[in-house]
Design a protein. Structure first.
Length: 426
């Protein structure tokens, strides 16, 4: 394998919380050396001049939906992998909410085989927490972990039976398995399309209070206290849920939390006159909630940011708002969209990549998300200042359901490396 020297770069190091000029030498798929001064000549190395642009650890994206099996017309591992590489995502952690869902070792093995054949990035599958994601009988965690499952979740099918969830978390604790929950009180949030408030009333849409998120999180944290399980809340979007999260961490529970790119950069008013591309789960919140969640990421209370890439075809979105499918694609758009927070002064680049790369890698036990010597050479090179107008029809995903169509964004991915191999070049 050839050596590659990426020189003249601005190194974004979330581990050291620093931005500094330097160079990276890649050899045998790992970072062989890091230079914080002008790099020396390295015999036999391919030279990549970064031109003073940003070089950061590749993004580890937890919660990606791929349409295989069952909905390949929406997204395949091939197209998801291309979208990820174009977005600087070097590891995608896939959700089990497929058709049928990933609840057996055989289904998981199929996913791993398809992903390895088709995707140019790392793919780590999650498995369902209960059989059929119907909240009644837990899956075979041990066999699924042997087959490669990195976590267990029923996604947005919240387990309504607390006794079933308690048993599942007790079992997960015995195997040191990670459980990922979707903090929503399922009865309150059923059928909701937007967050409750004046806007929802004016639009005449079915709504849910952000308190449903707080109630769901409180229940899950109580079960963590009871069982000692490792727990990750997938999407925290409401200011009222943050005190519960802070308390759980202060009490020493093994709890982490994530949020989505959409809830950090959009609010409920973006729905405007029933724009269904802005319909996501949980629904977009108030501007006060958005600002509170951004502050929680900045302070480290919320650990992880994900795209929650959810491809939907046009027929699923071109419906009345209440009936339209939830979700948006995000693998390719996540980095430029989140750079809005950098340009507005709300988040620094090391803070952003701590939540995009370092923390998700740590939570999954991966030796990634770092720029240190010996770390995997999963890297993204990007120009944080390059402006462009997003054209959804140029996205590499099969589905084009992005709320950022025609948006003016600032920040372009120039190159992506996975295990030292360049998989994307702008």
């Amino acid at each position: 394998m050839t050596k590659t020297l990426i020189t003249n770069a601005k190194l974004i190091d979330p581990e050291a919380d620093s931005v500094s000029p330097g160079a990276i030498l890649i050899e045998n798929g790992v970072i062989a050396e890091r230079f914080d001064t002008p790099a020396p000549d390295v015999a036999g190395a391919d030279i990549v001049d970064a031109g003073g642009k940003c070089l950061a650890p590749g993004i580890v994206d937890i919660g990606v939906k791929v349409g295989e099996p069952g909905e390949r017309h929406k997204e395949s591992y091939g197209t998801a992998g291309l979208a990820a590489s174009a977005g600087g995502v070097t590891t995608i952690v896939t959700r089990p909410d497929t058709t049928p869902c990933i609840d057996t070792p055989e289904a998981l093995e199929f996913i791993r085989r398809r992903a390895n054949e088709a995707a140019p990035v790392h793919v780590l599958p999650m498995a369902a927490l209960t059989k059929g994601r119907d909240g009644r009988e837990m899956t075979e965690f041990g066999f699924l972990m042997d087959a490669g499952a990195v976590a267990f979740t029923d996604c947005d099918n919240v387990v309504g039976d607390t006794k079933v969830l308690a048993r599942a978390m007790t079992y997960a604790r015995s195997l040191d398995a990670l459980v990922m929950g979707h903090p929503q009180e399922p009865t309150l949030s059923k059928g909701a399309a937007v967050s409750s408030g004046k806007f929802a009333t004016l639009r005449g849409l079915p709504a849910v209070s952000p308190m449903a998120e707080r109630m769901g999180l409180d229940r899950d944290i109580a079960l963590v206290e009871m069982t000692g399980a490792r727990y990750h809340a997938d999407v925290i979007t409401a200011a009222r849920a943050l005190p519960s999260l802070e308390r759980a961490k202060r009490n020493g529970f093994d709890v982490t939390a994530g949020t989505s790119m959409h809830h950090l950069t959009l609010n409920e008013l973006d729905v405007a006159d029933y724009r269904t591309f802005f319909k996501v789960k949980p629904p977009l919140r108030s501007e006060d909630d958005r600002q509170a969640v951004v502050a929680a990421v900045r302070d480290g209370l919320i650990d992880i940011i994900g795209s929650f890439h959810t491809p939907q075809d046009e027929e699923s979105k071109r419906l009345p708002y209440e009936e339209a499918a939830s979700g948006a694609v995000g693998l390719e758009t996540m980095l430029p969209v989140l750079l809005r927070l950098y340009h507005s002064g709300e988040l620094e680049l090391p803070t952003l990549f701590r939540a995009l790369s370092l923390n998700p890698a740590k939570r999954l036990g991966l030796d990634a998300g770092r720029l240190g010597k010996g770390a995997p050479a999963d890297l993204v090179l990007f120009d944080a200042d390059k402006p462009f107008v997003l054209d959804r029809f140029k996205l590499k995903s099969k589905s084009k359901n992005t709320p950022f169509d025609s948006a003016r964004l600032q920040g372009k991915v120039l190159g992506t490396w996975v295990s030292g191999q360049r998989v994307f070049e702008a």
